[in-house]
Write a protein that binds this ligand. Structure first.
Ligand SMILES: *Cc1c(COP(=O)(O)O)cnc(C)c1O
Length: 414
């Protein structure tokens, strides 16, 4: 297993994340041959070949399915189940838990949702009851404070602690659920998932990990001990900035049933077209992730030489505070880096000067994006804080554009 024995993600300081060598075969291959991430990515979730049928069946547009007589399971109504989801759910499950099929008794199931927030809410609101306590990160995704308000309104005690230094350990006692986000967005701190999961389980606390930033090619929370791997597929998983999607992968059948029930109640389901586009996009996940992660690293290396860049963070940099823990549990370090320029004005001039990088929120797409995070309020970041998502451009072009924009934003100051 890639992560079970602390396998190194990447040789320290190398320019490329190295795809895992020890991953299992994708669907339809019972030999369980050891295949690389790229090979798995192009095949995940595909049905067995049928003569005259396409490799990846097209989206099934159906609100209801023919259902004479008593319902006997299977596709009945479009809010509960859809064959296009089924293929995508298998695919994501094979990425999050490639070994599950070979491990008797293991029961990983994946459920897709309309968005990352739909998936996150499904876990939180299906598991927590009035009187329960939940531990959230205090430096996580910017909608978590809203979630916190809602949970509190329902009589759930919400505790928070920072991601860095595994600080959530200190507030676990008596909680029902621990919510981890690593690397954290946008601060890029990392916590030790295995250590936190062991401590949580020793106290009877369930563990969910938001795996959005890393993607399952970057880390596999279920193998690190989490009960739930949850993510927004809107970001690098699908990678083109054109669909919203979320998923929950879970190892326990009973927990999965309760999340599935929540999806049925709330109806936060993806359209068949989005689900199909997502599955199509998975085929290039390894290509995109390796190119974008490599771009993030060369960009970080270029930025660290610049005096006007402060607080540079990228977990793939060997001297980053997150690197040591990240290297133990991650197989790729992601495409997001962050840094701070002196003032809000300087940061805005920098963003305006970029030609190959869109000033836009979100991250993980094939086109680089950057934004001044403080414009939203909410995140505890300096005014000049930039969150940068490296795309799949040629690295030389991307680095040149960023360094030129830094130069131009400085000149304008004089
Ligand atoms: C974007 C994001 C979400 C929410 O996902 P949506 O698809 O926008 O609902 C959750 N967690 C993290 C870490 C994110 O970056």
């Amino acid at each position: 297993m890639a992560c079970s024995d602390g396998t190194r993600a990447v040789p320290g300081g190398s320019t490329h994340a190295v795809p895992g060598e020890d991953t299992r075969a994708a669907s339809g291959d019972d030999s369980r041959a050891v295949l690389g991430d790229g090979t798995r990515a192009v095949r995940v979730g595909l049905p067995a070949p049928v003569k005259h049928e396409p490799t990846l069946p097209g989206p099934v547009f159906a609100a209801h399915f023919h259902l004479p007589g008593d319902p006997t399971g299977g596709y009945a109504y479009g809010r509960d189940e859809n064959p296009t989801w089924t293929h995508l759910e298998r695919a994501i499950g094979e990425l999050e838990a490639p070994d599950a099929g070979s491990n008797a008794g293991s029961d990983v199931e994946t459920l897709v949702f309309a968005s990352g927030m739909a998936a996150i809410s499904a876990v939180l609101f299906s598991q927590l009851r009035a009187g329960d306590a939940v531990v959230l990160p205090d430096d996580g995704y910017q909608v978590l404070p809203l979630v916190r308000e809602q949970l509190t309104a329902y009589g759930i005690e919400v505790r928070t602690a920072p991601t860095g230094d595994d600080a959530q350990l200190d507030v676990l006692d008596g909680a029902k659920l621990l919510w981890i986000e690593t690397p954290s967005n946008p601060g890029l701190d990392v916590c030790d998932v295995r250590r936190l999961a062991e401590a949580a389980h020793a106290r009877g606390v369930l563990v969910a990990v938001d795996n959005t930033l890393a993607t399952p090619l970057g880390q596999r929370p279920l193998e690190l001990g989490a009960d739930f791997a949850v993510a927004s597929g809107t970001k690098m998983l699908t990678g083109h900035g054109d669909i919203l999607l979320g998923y929950v992968a879970c190892r326990d059948a009973e927990l999965t049933t309760s999340v599935r029930r929540w999806r049925k109640i709330v109806g936060a389901i993806p359209g068949p077209m989005e689900a199909w586009l997502a599955h199509r996009s998975l085929a290039t996940l390894q290509l995109r992730a390796d190119r974008q992660n490599a771009n993030a690293l060369v960009l970080a290396q270029a930025l660290r030489e610049r005096a006007e860049v402060a607080g540079l963070r990228y977990p793939g940099l060997p001297d980053d505070p997150s690197h040591k823990v990240a290297a133990r549990q991650m197989r790729r370090f992601g495409c997001v880096l962050s840094f701070t320029l002196s003032t809000r004005e300087r940061a805005e001039r920098f963003l305006e000067s970029l030609r190959l990088v869109d000033d836009a929120t979100s991250f993980g797409g094939v086109r680089s994006t950057a934004e001044r995070r403080g414009r939203w309020g909410g995140d505890a970041v300096p005014e000049g804080f930039i969150r940068f998502s490296a795309g799949a451009e040629d690295p030389d072009d991307l680095v040149a554009d960023v360094l030129r924009a830094l130069d131009e934003s400085a000149e304008a100051a004089d």
